[in-house]
Design a protein around this ligand. Structure first.
Ligand SMILES: Cc1cc2nc3c(=O)[nH]c(=O)nc-3n(C[C@H](O)[C@H](O)[C@H](O)COP(=O)(O)OP(=O)(O)OC[C@H]3O[C@@H](n4cnc5c(N)ncnc54)[C@H](O)[C@@H]3O)c2cc1C
Length: 381
């Protein structure tokens, strides 16, 4: 006997949870997560920074929308998700100039050293600064999405891997653990496993590629001031930022991986520690903890959000790469608008009632969809 829903979301990371909380109260939704706990994989392993100047233009636009949406909710939260923390790029003139546009402005060498006195002066010659960047309290954001989703009637099922999915009449039938689920729409928010979920659903995969990225928390002799920006090499070879009395560091590697519970490779963090101890005065003493997550990307680096072109009712919410938190609320609004309207679904649009955005309502989601129409904001084959 299967449970019946309008939408089943597969994956309980930031992508699935933010969509669940946005759809909550508008239709019958279940979220199914393979692990015993929500946000076990990449969403528990990020650097928790939202940077308007980071990523291609469509990502930057979604980041600004996400910051606005989270800030509006912060007004109601006892503990805010957002704390201002600038983002500073350092490198040589050519690499910094290539990045310094829009939200990122050039600053002088002296200004960069004032902001981060730990930098050895001759370790860089040019710098850029994004003052619209924020640190994100990811655990609070994730928990808030879970709470809003459940308050709006979403059934959240953990410890149940979706092992089968097939078309049944006008909808889908899924098997997860010992249970069966029927729904009009299946949302693929399976992160590094998104292509795998497509294949087991009989849907052509998109060629999404997970890439490893490691981060660590280290003890230092000379702590950074809390106001110090996140500092990143313009050539993408490292970043670091204050983390309480410690420092978060990352070698910023981009190494292909299969979908898995990724773990740090021996030597990766140690090599970065040696380098940072020459180009900064941090004096890194030891590594407290290190972790690796998978940033899953489409070939063009743009998140994949929309109904599959051929499989009716199969909705992609994948390929967020290194932008999953900073685009989360903007993407969730867009996805919810498309799902509730049945917009872009191959074949008959799934019936949802009631629609969340009545015709003619210039909702944020419909405005975004329009604004992004020119950016191939649909499934690419
Ligand atoms: C080191 C590092 C630093 C980062 N820093 C930032 C940052 O500063 N800012 C930012 O915006 N982003 C950052 N990111 C990227 C961000 O973390 C990701 O984009 C985001 O977490 C992806 O979320 P997700 O929900 O798509 O994937 P996940 O969190 O991986 O969630 C997918 C879930 O789907 C589940 N699943 C898979 N298959 C099935 C199945 N068959 N049945 C049921 N469940 C299934 C998995 O168990 C998993 O929990 C960083 C990533 C890394 C690794």
């Amino acid at each position: 006997m299967s449970a019946h829903y309008d939408v089943v979301i597969v994956g309980g990371g930031i992508a699935g949870l933010s969509l669940a909380s946005t759809l909550a109260g508008h239709c019958r939704v279940a979220l199914i997560e393979a692990e015993q706990t929500l946000a076990y994989h990449t969403s528990a392993r990020s650097a928790r920074q939202l940077i308007p100047s980071y990523g291609p233009p469509v990502v930057q636009e979604l980041t600004v929308q996400t910051l606005d949406l989270i800030a509006a909710q912060d007004a109601e939260r006892p503990e805010p998700v957002l704390t201002p923390r600038s983002f500073m790029l350092i490198g040589d003139d050519a690499t910094v100039r290539a990045e310094a546009s829009g939200h990122m402005r050039r600053i002088t060498h002296a200004e960069a050293l004032d902001l981060c006195p730990a930098l050895v002066p001759d370790s860089f010659s040019a710098a850029g600064l994004d003052t619209g960047s924020f640190a994100c309290n990811a655990p609070v954001l994730l928990e808030d999405h879970r709470r809003r989703a459940e308050a709006g009637g979403v059934d959240i099922i953990t410890g149940a891997r979706v092992h089968s999915a097939q078309r049944l009449g006008t909808g889908w039938e899924l098997g997860a653990g010992q249970e069966g689920f029927q729904s009009a729409v299946v949302v693929n928010a399976a992160g590094a496993w998104a292509d795998e979920l497509a294949v087991l659903s009989g849907v052509e995969k998109l060629g999404l590629q997970p890439y490893r990225r490691t981060a660590a928390i280290v003890d230092v002799e000379n702590p950074l001031p809390e106001a110090c920006p996140m500092v990143a090499a313009a050539d993408d070879s490292f970043y670091f930022r204050p983390d309480g009395g410690q420092v978060l560091i990352s070698p910023a590697e981009h190494v292909p991986s299969g979908p898995e519970d990724a773990q740090p490779y021996p030597g990766d963090v140690e090599r970065l520690v040696a380098r940072l101890n020459t180009i900064t005065t941090l004096g890194i003493r030891n590594v407290r903890t290190a972790w690796t997550g998978l940033r899953t990307e489409a070939a063009d680096g743009v998140p994949v959000v929309g109904f599959d072109a051929e499989a009716t009712g199969f909705f992609w919410l994948a390929g967020q790469g290194g932008y999953g938190f900073q685009t989360s609320s903007g993407v969730a609004e867009l996805a919810a608008g498309l799902i509730l309207a049945g917009q872009g679904s191959a074949g008959a649009a799934p019936a949802m009632s009631p629609p969340v955005f009545p015709a003619g309502d210039a909702s944020p989601a419909s405005r975004t969809a329009e604004a992004l129409a020119a950016t191939r904001w649909s499934i690419r084959r």
